[in-house]
Ligand binder design. Structure first.
Ligand SMILES: Nc1nc2c(c(=O)[nH]1)N[C@H]1C(S)=C(S)[C@@H](COP(=O)(O)O)O[C@H]1N2
Ligand SMILES: [Mo]
Length: 416
């Protein structure tokens, strides 16, 4: 499930304005003649599209297990097993294998499981919306960029009147009554009950880009963990268990994954022309996933293929990297939102619907540059991020099972 073509296209609305600006400024500053002006126009055209920043639900990349997949069951069956909003029920209970004490378990056995209408009642008061990128820690590019809506998980946990011996929250989705199909994840109780300043709450998510969460995206309700890789965001959520266990029970732990990893900061190319004529400006664009470390710079390095790589420098820290332009937030957010406008009350946005800071952690930032003055030859072009701590990708966390973040490279030929 590589990054979809869609996410590539959505990038182009964001870069379009950059090249428009650059075209005008470039013409003035360098008094470029008509041939180059045409080139700038074609640069602009190639970077233009009517797509935007957010990924529409149907265009997300998907990572899913289940035979049959829950959302592919017939409607009557989905209604019966609670995979439609009308019939969805969540058990919020104490782990029977633990000594956790809660005063008011919500369960189908007790006849008082937590229903979708109950969730909507909580939503009236407590609904939150935030931007979050979905990335699988085993895939090198994001699956999609969303505006998600839900109710903080702690609102439901408080309704169960938790008392003592609770250190973790286990949760899992529908699994066709086959324990082998169960997809599990877990969090420390502390992360569920409190958010570090600047971070978003773990939530029971029911909407994406203003629309009900589709079955494919994990509806009626999925867990959404804002600062983590995708495997923490369990789809087709049916059970939340409060436990005194101090160790994780994540399905992903069984496949050698680092299950406590925050999202990493990293850059990927989008527009990367393989060939260009000498003397013509070359547009190169891409995006950065903004991880826990934030994002201060994106950089690019153009190196002749026959030039020896720096020695004892696996991450090329001694190379002559050049800064590119990190683009401002989009005005048309896309993703199927009416008129591309964000809804009201999005976390970390002001009353005019503009983000209070940019780039924003756990989202995407787009970037663009025009390469100029490269002699005839064959080159490797690389891009990397620098985080808010001044640390260059793939450091400070280069291990692949904590999330893929190798430095990306492509080949560029400059011809006569
Ligand atoms: N129930 C369930 N939830 C799941 C999964 C799954 O297989 N089953 N896959 C997880 C993984 S590994 C990822 S990366 C994300 C992907 O979310 P998406 O398919 O909506 O993009 O969902 C997570 N939630
Ligand atoms: Mo994943």
């Amino acid at each position: 499930m590589p990054l979809s073509v869609e996410l590539n296209n959505q990038h182009q609305e964001v870069t379009r304005r950059y090249f428009i600006q650059l075209g005008a400024a470039g013409a003035l500053a360098f008094k470029i003649h008509s041939v180059q002006a045409e080139t700038n126009q074609s640069i602009l055209d190639s970077a233009m599209a009517d797509m935007s920043y957010l990924t529409a639900q149907a265009d997300f990349g998907t990572v899913e297990r289940g035979d049959p997949l829950p959302y592919k069951l017939p409607l009557a069956k989905r209604l019966k097993i609670g995979l439609e909003r009308e019939s969805w029920k969540l058990d919020v209970i104490a782990d029977p294998n633990s000594n956790s004490k809660i005063g008011n378990p919500l369960s189908s056995n007790g006849g008082n499981s937590f229903s979708f209408s109950h969730l909507m009642k909580l939503a009236d008061k407590h609904a939150v919306r935030y931007l979050k990128i979905m990335t699988c820690n085993n895939i090198g590019a994001p699956l999609g960029m969303g505006l998600w809506e839900g109710v903080p998980l702690r609102q439901v946990i408080w309704e169960t009147k938790p008392k003592e011996n609770i250190r973790r929250v286990f949760y899992y989705g529908h699994h066709n009554n086959d324990p082998k199909q169960m997809f599990r994840s877990s969090l420390p109780i502390g992360r569920v009950l409190e958010d570090p300043p600047g971070d978003n709450p773990v939530m029971l998510c029911y909407k994406l880009n203003g629309k009900w969460l589709s079955g494919k995206r994990g509806g009626p309700v999925r867990m959404l963990v804002p600062d983590s890789y995708g495997f923490k965001s369990v789809k087709w959520l049916k059970t939340v268990m409060l436990t005194n266990a101090y160790q994780a029970n994540d399905t992903y732990a069984e496949s050698n994954n680092d299950i406590d990893s925050w999202l990493k900061t990293m850059s990927r190319f989008h527009l990367k022309p393989a060939k260009s004529k000498v003397g013509e400006p070359i547009p190169v664009t891409g995006w950065a996933q903004v991880g826990v470390g934030g994002l201060s710079k994106v950089q690019i390095w153009v190196n002749p293929k026959d030039k020896k790589l720096p020695e004892n420098d696996p991450f090329f820290n001694t190379a002559p990297w050049q800064d590119v332009k990190i683009l401002p937030p989009p005005t048309d957010w896309g993703g199927g939102l009416p008129k591309g406008t964000l809804q009201k009350n999005v976390r970390f946005f002001d009353s005019n619907g503009r983000p209070k800071q940019w780039p924003m952690r756990y989202t995407l930032a787009h970037w663009a540059t025009l390469l100029k003055g490269i002699p005839i030859g064959v080159y490797d072009v690389r891009c990397r991020t620098i985080d808010q701590n001044g640390i260059a990708q793939p450091m400070p966390r280069p291990f692949r099972k904590s999330g893929r973040n190798t430095i990306q490279r492509y080949s560029l030929t400059i011809q006569a």
